[in-house]
Design a protein around this ligand. Structure first.
Ligand SMILES: [Fe+2]
Length: 167
């Protein structure tokens, strides 16, 4: 059995359970596709796996787009444009699988490399970092807010006790 095409590691974790689950599933399908190609598998299995890659990629892109919009990610338009290009390329690969059998394996591997190296490992990580920074700053804001609230409460409690002592 050939080594995995890509390994999941903590670097890809976003802290968002849905996104992390989809990302891991995507890696599993990519590794399966790579294994089938390496073994020169030319059956419906390859088509089914490519169909799964398309389905899960679209779901993963949709989740990212929803989160980018929720977090007001500045690179949203550019990131979505890349997703759209990847979707077009995936559709093209699926069509080519039916017609150009001789070069399709190389085409798929080339796409996996392009998709992983330039997107999952670069743009997606940039986006994930942005989400984490935003989460960290909201947590810091929340802590500041809680501290202020506590300070106000203790100020009023102290004043109330002082008033009770005087009366
Ligand atoms: Fe993405």
């Amino acid at each position: 059995m050939s080594p995995a095409f890509v390994d999941w590691c903590d670097e890809y974790k976003t802290g968002n359970a849905q996104l992390d689950r989809q990302h891991q599933q995507l890696f599993e399908i990519i590794n399966k596709l790579y294994e089938l190609i390496e073994r020169d598998y030319r059956t419906d299995f390859l088509k089914d796996t490519l169909d799964r890659l398309i389905k899960y990629s679209v779901e993963y892109f949709n989740t990212q787009e929803f989160l980018m919009s929720s977090y007001q990610y500045l690179g949203f338009d550019e990131h979505k444009r890349i997703h759209d290009q990847l979707k077009v390329k995936l559709k093209e690969l699926r069509e080519n699988l039916e017609t150009k059998q001789s070069s399709i394996n190389a085409e798929i591997l080339d796409f996996l490399n392009q998709m992983l190296l330039t997107h999952l490992k670069e743009e997606d990580l940039k986006m994930i970092k942005f989400f984490q920074e935003k989460e960290d700053s909201s947590t810091a804001e929340l802590t500041k807010l809680r501290r202020t609230k506590l300070a106000i409460n203790s100020y009023y409690t102290r004043n109330m006790l002082n008033r009770q002592k005087k009366s």
